[in-house]
Structure formats: C-alpha cells, structure tokens
Design a protein around this ligand. Sequence first.
Ligand SMILES: *Cc1c(COP(=O)(O)O)cnc(C)c1O
Length: 423
Amino acid sequence: MELNNSEYSIQGVPVTDIANQFQTPVYVYDADKIVSQINLLRDSFNGVNLRIKYAMKSLSNLSILKLIKEHGVDLDAVSIQEVQLGLKAGFPAERILFTPNSVSFEEIQEAVSLGVVINIDNIAILEQFGDTFQGTVPCAIRINPHITAGGNAKIQVGHIGSKFGVSIFQMSHVKKVVESHGINVVGLHMHSGSDILDSEVFLMAANVMFDCAKDFPNLQFIDLGSGFKVAYKEDDIVTNIPELGKKMSAAFQEFCKNYGRDLELWFEPGKFLVSESGHLLTTVNVIKHSPAAVFVGVNSGLNHLIRPMMYDAFHNIINISNSSAPKRVYDVVGYICETDTFGYDRKLNEVRVGDILSLENAGAYSYSMSSNYNSRFRPAEVLVFNGKPHLIRERETLEDLTRGQVDIFANTPILQEEVSTED
Ligand SMILES: *Cc1c(COP(=O)(O)O)cnc(C)c1O
C-alpha cells in the first residue's frame, strides 16, 4: 500500500475506491507484493537447485494458488482437502508435498493414490507405510531437530515437547524401520516454527539435517521448512533473506559435495510470501468514549482476523480515510460479543464514523482462519492484479450459514400431542 498526496493506493488503485466497489469488510491482496516476495527468495539463493513449496494453509484461495503456480512455486499441503484444492488449482500432483500431522493412515493412502509426495512424521505410520507399499512409493521423513525457535510458544514446533516430526534422537530406530521395510526415502524435512529471526538458527538446523542425510542414500531433496519473519510494524527486524540465501547456498553446496550428488533444496514459506500482501478493510461503526480509552468499533472482529486475540499478534492499523488529520490514541475493537481487540493504544489519524480502517499483514493466517462466529458472514476477497481489483471470493450470504444444516423440525411439530392412555 502506498501513500501519495494523502491517498492510499494499491498498484495505483485508491484503497477507498476498492472499499466502495466491494463494500467492507473485505480482504484485499496485492499480487505484485506476492510476486516480489517469490522473486526475493529465489534471487537470494545461488548455485543451488531451489524449490519453493508454498504453505497453502496460510491463504488458500484458488486465484492466489494459480498466481503462485504461474511463478513456478509448488505447494505444501497439510490436509487431504488442501491436496484436493491444490489439484483443483492445476498443480500437478508431483508438485504437491503432503505434510500432515496426526491424520489417519487412510488419509495418507488417499494422498498416495492422488500421486502427491508424502511426508511422514511418526514411526508408527512409517512402519505402516512400509508394510503397505513395500518401497514402491517414495516418501520423505519429517524430523524434529529440537531447535527451539519461533516468535511465541504456540508457533514453536521444533522444541522437545512438540508433537511434530520424528525426534532426531530416534534416527537409529528410523533407520532400522527404513531398512527392514525397504522404504524409499527421497526427502528429509524439518519445520522449526514461525517467525525465526536469525539466519544462524536456520544454518544450525540445516547442519543437523545434513548430518542425518548421510544415512539415506536415495535422497532427492532436503526441505528446511519455513519460519521466515516478516515486518508487522515499521522498523521490525525481519529475517535477512539475501544473507540467509548466501550462507545457506554455500552450506548446501558443501553438503551436496560431501553427499556425492546435487540435491534440491526446498523451503515452505507461507507467511513470507503472502502476509504483507493482505489488507483487511473495515468500516468504523462506532466511536465510544470510556473513562479509560476511546474505542473505535469496526464492522469485523475475531471471526475474520483472530491472530491478535489468539497469538497476541500485532497488526498495524491505518486510517485510510483521513490520512492528513492529526493522530489520536484509540483502542480498535471488533463487533463480536466477546472481547476482540485488534489493537490497544493505537495512534491513528483522527477517526470518524464511516472511515475505512485497514488491518495490515492480513494475507497469511487471516482469511484462512476466519469463522462464522456470531453467525457473521465471512468477507469477500479481492486480488489487485495488473493494476485492477478482481473479486476472487464473494461475501457469504445467509444461505452459506444454513447450507448443510438438516432442519428436522421443518415438517414435524416439536411438541407432540399427548396421546391418551386411558382405558
Ligand atoms: C505452517 C507451515 C509452514 C509455513 O509456516 P510460515 O511461518 O507461514 O512460513 C511450513 N511448513 C509446514 C509443515 C507448516 O505446517
């Protein structure tokens, strides 16, 4: 989003025009930002065979998936439904990595039948996989390197108490299972968590993986997951991608030399690719003065963007409608009947009823985590592509809220007439 002559715009389209055309609340994504993030990642790695597997759980609209596909990016799916969505978006099965946790073996079999790359994250499933497919179906193994990283406890997934991956300390057991079943392990995978700042942490984890790789002679790739941190506010420290790329490329080249073959290096960014592209536009319904604060109540809430409440995530808030006014301090809250504060003590250009507020970094884990709580409709989604806003998902309607419900009382009265039992 750019500010010129007190007007905010995306690819030259005034943001207030987008709000008028599509109404609020609405999610707006900037395709150029997504593409520039893809290019930044790709350009930072040199002399290695890099594959990017977009973590589609962060934002899974079909138009976004197709945009990403056209730029040579593959998918990381965490459920069979995500796999099906990916296929629907036109990704060939072999470009989809399936990384589930705690799913049934039936779901894994279904993924195998669809032809996607399977990533296995526990020994019991690995044994079952070996029994069933006898080495005819290749797979990857998700390893937990036990490196504690990530912005907060809920998004740390590599630590010792994490449910994810096979512990690095169980690798000799894994090796026995693999050898006795003749399992064809073509990839090693890790994902240590979101919001890792330090490229040294990545390198440390990578070295753990490189070490493991010695025991697996058929590898085609090493997947280092994700966790790239992006800016949520001005002056935020972010993962230095060019620096990481430079150091990691060198380390990976060295690893390949020792391994004896050139492997592919995979990453699975979600947040990094789409977070900053997204803006949730809301309209101010109410301004309420309380003894402690001035509340700005908008026509959205934790049903549309739950990250501030669930993770204490900071989402920058901008008053799109009054950019040259002096700043005042507000608490921005939602309209849900539960405390849903988007931001405390935020300095915004003076807010008036009817103004459009934009919640920033609303690309990743925003729409995809939305709900119908309070029986509210999910918002529309708009993609600004080639200088034009396009509707990529309609706002929900009452029909969406009742779809699938079975009204057992439609034709039957709830209170039956009491039948007389006198005889
Ligand atoms: C969620 C997830 C990612 C993406 O994490 P980001 O922080 O959004 O980049 C990557 N890999 C796996 C296995 C995940 O579960």
